[in-house]
Design a protein around this ligand. Structure first.
Ligand SMILES: [Zn+2]
Length: 224
C-alpha cells in the first residue's frame, strides 16, 4: 500500500494510459476504471467514497483519476515495479489496486494533493481513515504498543526500514490520535503546511500543533 508522491515510477513507465492489456470498464465523474481478465471494479462505491474523503479533508481532486484493477499483487508489481495490494501515484492521478474498491488508496489520492509530510504521515492518514484505524483486522493501538518506547521522530524517520506491519500500525495509531485530539481539519492543515515538496515536516508539525514530534509522540505513547 505504498504511495509514491514523487511519481518516479510515473516518469519511468506509467505515462501512457491505458496500460497494455487494460480496457476501460467504467467511468464516473472522478474516475476512469480500467481492468483486464474481467476483474471487477466497484465504480459507484469508489466515486461515493472519494466524495466523502474530499469533504472530510476539505480537498477537491482535480480532473479525472485512473483506477487500474489487477488480479494479484504479482501482476501489480509487473505493471508498476512495486509489489503491493495497492499503489497510488497521487501526482499522476493513478490508483493501482488488487481490490474492486480500495478505501486506503482513495485516501492517498486525495491527501497526496494537499501536501507531502512524508510517508509516515501519508500512510498513517490512509490507515486511520481508509482502514478505520485497523491493520490486518486488528486495532492499530494494540499493534503499536511495542513501539511506544521509541521516540516518534525516530519512528517517522525509520518508517521504510521497520517491518511493514509495525510501521503501518504505528503510523495509523499516531495519526488517528492526532485526529481525535486536534480534529481532522487541523491534520489537513498540517499536510498543507508541508507543501508539495515536503520541506521540513517536523517544523510544520510544531507550527501547526504547538508541540514537537517527540512531545506529541510521548503523549500518544502514554495512551497506548
Ligand atoms: Zn498506503
Amino acid at each position: 500500500m505504498a504511495t509514491m508522491a514523487a511519481g518516479l515510477l510515473a516518469a519511468a513507465n506509467l505515462q501512457a494510459a491505458p496500460l497494455p492489456g487494460f480496457v476501460l470498464t467504467a467511468q464516473t465523474q472522478h474516475f476512469s476504471f480500467y481492468s483486464r481478465d474481467n476483474q471487477k471494479v466497484d465504480s459507484q462505491k469508489t466515486e461515493r467514497y472519494l466524495a466523502q474523503v474530499e469533504q472530510l479533508l476539505g480537498q477537491q481532486v482535480e480532473g479525472r483519476a485512473e483506477y487500474y484493477r489487477y488480479a494479484t499483487a504479482q501482476e501489480l508489481a509487473a505493471g508498476t515495479g512495486t509489489y503491493a495490494a495497492g499503489l497510488t501515484l497521487a501526482h499522476s492521478g493513478q490508483i493501482h489496486s488488487t481490490q474492486a474498491f480500495h478505501a486506503h488508496e482513495i485516501v492517498h489520492l486525495v491527501a497526496g494533493q494537499m501536501g507531502n509530510p512524508g510517508v509516515f504521515f501519508q500512510e498513517g492518514l490512509a490507515v486511520a481513515i481508509g482502514n478505520e484505524a485497523k491493520w490486518q483486522g486488528k486495532d492499530v493501538d494494540s499493534l503499536a504498543r511495542k513501539a511506544a518506547g521509541t521516540k516518534l521522530s525516530s519512528l517517522v524517520a525509520r518508517f521504510d526500514s521497520m517491518d511493514a506491519d509495525t510501521a503501518y500500525a504505528v503510523a495509523g495509531s499516531f495519526v488517528n490520535r492526532l485526529i481525535k485530539t486536534h480534529g481532522i481539519a487541523k491534520v489537513a492543515e498540517f499536510f498543507r503546511a508541508c507543501g508539495p515538496a515536503g520541506t521540513n515536516p517536523a517544523a510544520a508539525f510544531a507550527r501547526t500543533f504547538g508541540q514537537s514530534l517527540d512531545e506529541a509522540g510521548a503523549a500518544w505513547a502514554a495512551t497506548l
